[in-house]
Design a binder for this molecule. Structure first.
Ligand code: NAI
Length: 332
């Protein structure tokens, strides 16, 4: 099948070509998919999209008109796809529901450890010959309460790691997992999680219900000085509200791998350009904020898994007219 791969980076070429083993004709397109770039698909039967591609209704309309039949997402999240428009246009959408959950869970832990022990600041200090410890004081994770919002594949993996640190792990999820309960996780209402957690880790998908889940109101109900870590989707957090929370001290530390307006920033080298996003620029000024550019998934194991499942979805669609992991439109 001919496949047009948008937002293609060198690692996409490497891992997708390896998984493909010559079966499909892969065309790598560096541009992000949008109304302006959709023409680059050139009528490919399949387009392959990543998290910041804009798979909107107009884009889907253009794809369908040009003959595209399949949208193969190389991500777990699908909040960037207009599923109703895809269904109406007769396009199948496939995704990669599971690939190394360790990649994202371990990255969330990396953010926690960095923020807690201030290794981001210590790194710079030591290089400048400053060995003073003032300002680097952390706390023992052992015995602290960690609140996990969303205990799917990644949240469960994350909870297991934090239990290993000797933390008390509480969680909120509309669909509690027996596996989690058996591990020793206690499910609590979201409000109680906010009130009791020393560290809050967001591992839920972006949905209308989770949009700005962490807003001024939620921050006001948190334990003063708690840490928030978001490796899920940017818009789960209201960035302006967390700035207010950081300024007031309600938020003690913030780790972000995702940002609501990341599409215009992440995955590109913008080091020679001024940052146009003032909210993002303000976030960068706090010493107790660590931001990574949506890299939680970025391990060899995860990229291998993503590439394999993406190719398997495309192959299954070619062979049977169905993908292995469909994304269905919401029930009206
Ligand atoms: P999953 O589908 O296995 O689990 C999601 C869990 O969130 C489910 O248990 C679901 O019931 C729960 N949930 C839904 N609404 C909720 C709510 N209002 N409150 C609390 N929990 C809620 O998904 P998985 O694989 O664990 O991934 C989670 C999210 O992580 C993805 O949707 C994606 O947005 C994000 N992600 C981020 C990556 C990164 O590189 N930063 C990479 C991969 C995923």
């Amino acid at each position: 099948m001919d496949v047009a791969i948008f937002s293609a980076k060198p690692h996409d070429r490497l891992f997708l070509a390896a998984a493909n083993e010559g079966r499909h004709e892969l065309a790598f397109i560096e541009a992000r998919l949008s109304e302006e770039t959709v023409r680059f698909a050139g009528g490919a039967t399949c387009i392959c999209a990543f998290v910041n591609d804009q798979v909107t209704a107009p884009v889907i309309g253009d794809l369908a008109a040009a003959g595209t039949k399949l949208i193969a997402l190389r991500s777990a999240g699908f909040n960037h796809v207009d599923l109703a428009a895809a269904a109406a246009a007769g396009l199948t959408v496939g995704r990669v529901p599971a690939y190394s959950p360790h990649a994202v869970a371990e990255h969330a832990v990396a953010l926690i450890l960095t923020l807690n022990r201030n290794t981001h600041r210590a790194f710079n200090r030591v290089r400048e010959g400053n060995f003073a410890l003032e300002g680097l004081l952390g706390f023992d994770l052992c015995g602290k309460t960690v609140g996990v919002v969303g205990t799917g594949l990644i949240g469960r993996t994350f909870a297991g790691i934090m239990l290993g640190f000797g933390c008390r792990v509480i969680a909120s999820d509309p669909f509690p997992s027996e596996e989690c309960t058996a591990m020793g996780v206690t499910y609590v209402p979201f409000d109680r999680l906010l009130a009791e957690a020393d560290i809050i880790s967001l591992q839920c998908p972006l949905t209308p219900e989770t949009h700005h889940l962490i807003d001024d109101d939620a921050i006001a109900r948190m334990k003063r000085g708690a840490m928030i870590v978001n490796t899920s989707r940017g818009a789960v957090v209201d960035a302006s509200a967390v700035i207010r929370g950081l300024k007031s001290g309600m938020i003690g530390a913030l780790g972000l791998d995702v940002y609501e307006e990341e599409a215009n920033l992440f995955f590109e080298d913008l080091s020679q350009k001024p940052i146009q996003d003032d909210v993002f620029a303000r976030l960068l000024t706090f010493p107790n904020v660590v931001i990574t550019g949506h890299q939680a998934f970025f391990t060899r194991e995860a990229l291998t898994g993503i590439a394999r499942t993406t190719i398997d979805n495309i192959t299954a669609f070619e062979d049977t007219g169905r993908v292995l992991h469909p994304v269905l439109p919401p029930v009206a």
